[in-house]
Design a protein around this ligand. Structure first.
Ligand code: ADP
Ligand code: MG
Length: 253
């Protein structure tokens, strides 16, 4: 087994035992990082520097907000963690994998442990609501009967069970956002990256979605939640990192 695969298995074992203990109601505090970013810079080909010298550690099982005004680098940071963007320099380790040095196969395996809610949803426009969610279960090898059940359950959780057979094009922005959330959550990921996931939702729906994320967090998942909504952040007891023009201006490493 290659060194990388071994590291990934070890990372997965850590995460799984942590989640197991949390589910059993055991209070666990592990000095173990899900994410470690060290001196990360990102400059786009347009010469815009979106991230500047970011060093950040996020523990296994932590819920953390990434905040800052529009253009401060929140989306870039999440896209780097999801391996959708490579940093220009610096090092990024996610669940034991040094992603800055890895190829497609390792990244593909790592992504199975992540759910990502994209700011622009990234739904398959010519598919139904149900198909968009079923697709993530098919790629992770679930059988049809199980897929049907899980799709229904997660759509009920976000209040869209009656829209399963509808085209995503017929949905409002808020409804599309809820489908994107359902798709990210359906595999019960140990790591959830959420980019402004409540940006198109009204207050009651925002509270519902926060409850879903809080439940996932209580089951042991690590949650990285980008939002510019300071009121929302103040309602929850979680650590917040504040970005300004790509620099981390507050929040501990
Ligand atoms: P936020 O999510 O906080 O609004 P972003 O990460 O989207 O911030 O953007 C940070 C900066 O990088 C902005 O100045 C933005 O215009 C720029 N940027 C983001 N994505 C790209 C890209 N693909 N190409 C060029 N510049 C980009
Ligand atoms: Mg953004």
């Amino acid at each position: 087994m290659s060194e990388t695969l071994q590291l990934m298995e070890e990372g997965a074992k850590w995460t799984n035992s942590f989640i197991f203990l949390k589910k059993k109601g055991v209070r666990v505090s592990l000095n173990c990082n899900m994410i470690q970013m060290t001196h990360v810079f990102k400059t786009y080909p347009s010469q815009i520097t979106a991230l500047s010298d970011i060093t950040l550690e996020i523990s296994v099982g932590e819920f953390i907000f990434i905040t800052g005004p529009s253009g401060s680098g929140k989306t870039t940071l999440l896209r780097i963690l999801f391996c959708a963007e490579r940093p220009t320099s610096g090092e990024v380790v996610v669940n034991g994998v040094r992603i800055t040095q890895k190829g497609f196969r390792e990244i593909h395996l790592l992504r199975r442990k992540m759910g990502m809610v994209f700011q622009d949803f990234k739904l398959l426009q010519d598919c139904t609501v149900g198909e968009n969610i079923a697709f993530s279960l098919e790629v992770t090898g679930h059988v049809q009967k199980e897929i049907k059940k899980k799709v229904f359950e997660i759509l009920s959780r976000v209040g869209l069970q009656e829209r399963e057979g509808d085209s995503v094009l017929s949905l409002s922005a808020g409804e599309q956002q809820r489908v994107a959330i359902a798709r990210a959550l359906v595999n019960d990921p140990p790591l959830l990256l959420a980019d402004e996931p409540t940006g198109n939702l009204d207050d009651p729906m925002t509270l519902d979605v926060m409850q879903i994320f809080t439940d996932l967090h209580h089951r042991g998942a690590t949650i990285v939640f980008a939002t510019h909504d300071m009121d929302l952040i103040q309602r929850y007891p979680y650590r917040a990192i504040y970005l300004l023009k790509g620099r981390k201006v507050s929040g501990s490493a």
